[in-house]
Design a protein around this ligand. Structure first.
Ligand SMILES: [Zn+2]
Ligand SMILES: [Zn+2]
Length: 212
């Protein structure tokens, strides 16, 4: 992965200590948010200016953003704010499940925390699993079905190969994309790397730089 080289940042963010374990809710959210911003500014000096604009956000404002569902909706005008909120929330929601869980309530919905899947993988036997964007829990999903709208016609489900087993699924029905990795080609599941690749694949797809 070389286009943006985001992998080191995803790795450091993933290693930040979990937050609020026993307490429930989001104690110390502003402080945890600041720590995420520090990592982003350190790993991406070219974003430091944009990070500085977010440094004064206090607890009430962050709570409001959290409750308004700014995170993950893809609707925020400030992608960096959304990114930092996402990685702060992840520190409160980490799942401790070792292996994949039983099926979720819906293909795209995490059976642990109810958040949506953001990436997927094919295991050593070619079965597909979705991964929760917030808590990293994993659950089985059909290989030929759109997670988001249920489309099952293979002609409506395309995918764009990227490098080394990475691919971007896309549903022609609803237009949603799903970045994924085939572990038969890459070995063990590496989520920071998959999420870094996901940003690149999405960028290349939107730029029209990939072919089916
Ligand atoms: Zn979850
Ligand atoms: Zn769909």
């Amino acid at each position: 992965m070389s286009l943006f080289d985001l992998e080191p940042m995803f790795r450091v963010l993933n290693e930040l200590p979990a937050a609020g374990e026993a307490a429930g809710g989001y104690p110390g959210f502003a402080a945890r948010f600041q720590e995420v911003l520090e990592v982003v500014a350190r790993e991406r000096p070219d974003w430091a200016e944009r990070v500085r604009k977010l440094e004064n956000l206090g607890e009430p404002e962050l709570a409001r953003l959290r409750e308004n569902g700014v995170v993950g909706a893809g609707s925020s005008e400030d992608a960096l704010l959304e990114f930092a909120l996402w990685h702060t929330l992840r520190r409160y929601h980490r799942s401790h499940a070792e292996g994949p869980l039983p099926e979720g309530p819906a293909d795209a919905v995490c059976p642990v925390c109810g958040a949506e899947a953001d990436v997927a993988y094919l295991d050593e036997e070619g079965f597909r699993f979705a991964v929760c964007r917030l808590c990293d829990a994993r659950w089985p999903v059909p290989r030929v079905r759109c997670l988001y709208c249920g489309e099952e016609d293979p002609k409506q489900l395309e995918y764009y190969p990227y490098e080394e087993g990475y691919r971007l699924y896309r549903c022609k029905g609803c237009g949603r994309t799903l970045p994924a990795v085939d572990l038969r080609e890459t070995g063990r599941l590496d989520l920071p790397r998959l999420r870094a690749a996901a940003v690149e694949m999405q960028f290349l797809y939107e730029a029209g730089a990939v072919e089916e």
